[in-house]
Design a binder for this molecule. Structure first.
Ligand code: FES
Length: 119
C-alpha cells in the first residue's frame, strides 16, 4: 500500500558554470518553500519529496514530477509554491501555470530517444 497520496521527484542537479540547471534556476529555494508549505498545510503524512538527478529539461528548471499521476512541471519557482500546493496537493488538480503537457514532453525527449534508439 502506498503510504503517501503524492510523491514528488524534484531535480537537484547542478551543472557546470554557464549551463542551465535546476539548482542554478532556484530549485533549492523552491524545495525549501515547498517543504515549508507542505508542513504548514499539514500534508507531511500525505506528500513525500524525493530529490532526482537531471530530468533532461535543464533550461526549463526547476523541474519536478508528481506521482502517481506522473504530471510534469517546469519553471516552478518559490513564487508558485503556495498555489501549486493548494491546487495540486490539496485539491488534487493540475496546476496549470507550470504544467508540461505530454505532447510537449514527447517533443522534448524525441532527440534522446532517437539517439538511444528507443521507440
Ligand atoms: S538540471 Fe534539472 S533537468 Fe537537468
Amino acid at each position: 500500500m502506498e503510504p503517501f497520496r503524492f510523491r514528488i521527484f524534484v531535480c537537484v542537479r547542478e551543472r557546470a558554470a554557464g549551463k542551465n540547471s535546476c539548482i542554478g534556476n532556484g530549485a533549492e529555494a523552491m524545495i525549501n518553500a515547498l517543504r515549508l508549505e507542505i508542513t504548514e498545510k499539514n500534508l507531511l503524512g500525505e506528500v513525500k519529496i524525493n530529490t532526482s538527478s537531471c530530468l533532461d529539461l535543464c533550461s526549463a528548471g526547476p523541474n519536478l514530477i508528481v506521482y502517481p499521476q506522473g504530471t510534469w512541471y517546469s519553471s516552478l519557482t518559490v513564487e508558485h509554491v503556495a498555489a501549486f500546493v493548494e491546487t495540486q496537493l490539496v485539491q488534487g488538480k493540475v496546476y496549470e501555470p507550470c504544467v508540461r503537457r505530454e505532447a510537449e514532453l514527447s517533443d522534448t525527449f524525441a532527440p534522446i530517444r532517437a539517439a538511444k534508439k528507443i521507440k
